[in-house]
Design a protein around this ligand. Structure first.
Ligand code: ADP
Ligand code: MG
Length: 268
């Protein structure tokens, strides 16, 4: 037995995301009411649930676009939004400043429902943006890496197109390439195909499937039940700010709670 083996064994047991008793209030509105979520490295985790159930809020909390009301979120064992400090010899938690939060967010990629590309930048310039301006990667290196990401989503031949010259599906694939450009350890997708014309959904799901095959750790909010059944390692059904049911993809065919059955009857 070597130390390295020990280290690897320990490391393997750290979930990519560990959300514990997460609460979120917007004023008096109690949106998340004690959500627990474990995301294991290299897994695809699909979150299902009706509109307003708190799915986006949960993703936004993981990515620190919102602040927690109560509970905690760890990513790769690191507490999000806080750091441990010694105060008069005692271990205390201190809120991170903006810069420290930005640092924690660097390796979490997020793709939204609406393609949020910079309209005045080409596809490749969109993908290069964060590496150049946030990570300070030299432009020539960033360009090469951005091209590789565009290749990965099948859009190397559209590198110099502006978003408005691309279809919705292509724009969303550029958005995925852009999120990948910072080498994320975790990718969050918030209904990435919901705003697309039906004939464009497949090409985006195909790219996501390929990412899953590459071993990317993913949390995907979607109504694409077929994708969930085929690609998910874990399915989480949320309603009313709580996790109502969770398990392997087989729970989609055998829901145990009336609320999940009811939901599935509407989306299937
Ligand atoms: P979902 O993504 O499941 O549709 P959301 O997380 O977007 O649900 O929203 C959950 C609830 O929180 C909704 O009632 C929504 O109106 C409310 N909500 C979300 N964001 C805000 C906000 N910034 N301010 C006030 N209420 C919000
Ligand atoms: Mg949402």
């Amino acid at each position: 037995m070597t130390t390295t083996e020990n280290f690897n064994a320990d490391h393997a047991s750290v979930p990519t995301v560990k959300a514990t008793n997460v609460h979120k209030m917007f004023g008096d509105l109690h949106v998340l009411k004690g959500v627990d979520l474990i995301v294991e490295p290299g897994t695809v985790n699909v979150i299902l649930g009706p509109s307003g159930s708190g799915k986006s809020t949960l993703l936004r909390l993981i990515n620190q676009l919102e602040t927690l009301t109560a509970g905690s979120i760890e990513v790769n064992g690191e507490l999000m939004g806080y750091k441990h400090v010694k105060h008069n010899g005692e271990d205390m938690l201190q809120t991170l400043n903006e810069k420290e939060v930005a640092k924690q967010r660097e390796h979490i990629g997020m793709v939204f429902q609406r393609f949020n590309l910079f309209p005045h930048k080409t596809a490749i310039e969109n993908v290069m943006e964060a590496p150049v301006h946030v990570a300070k990667v030299p432009k020539s290196v960033a360009k090469e890496q951005a091209m590789a990401q565009l290749q990965r989503v099948g859009l190397a031949d559209r590198a110099d197109y502006y978003p408005m010259q691309l279809s919705g599906g292509q724009q969303q694939r550029v958005a995925i390439a852009r999120a990948l450009a910072m080498n994320p350890e975790l990718m969050l997708f918030d209904e990435p195909t919901s705003a697309l014309d039906p004939e464009l959904v497949g090409e985006v799901l195909k790219v996501m499937r390929q990412l899953a095959d590459d071993g990317m750790t993913m949390i995907v909010v979607t109504h694409e039940i077929g994708f969930a059944k085929e690609v998910a390692d874990q399915v989480v059904f949320m309603d009313g700010g709580v996790v109502v049911e969770q398990g392997g993809p087989e729970i989609i065919d055998n829901p145990t709670s009336p609320r999940f059955s009811e939901f599935l009857s509407h989306v299937l």
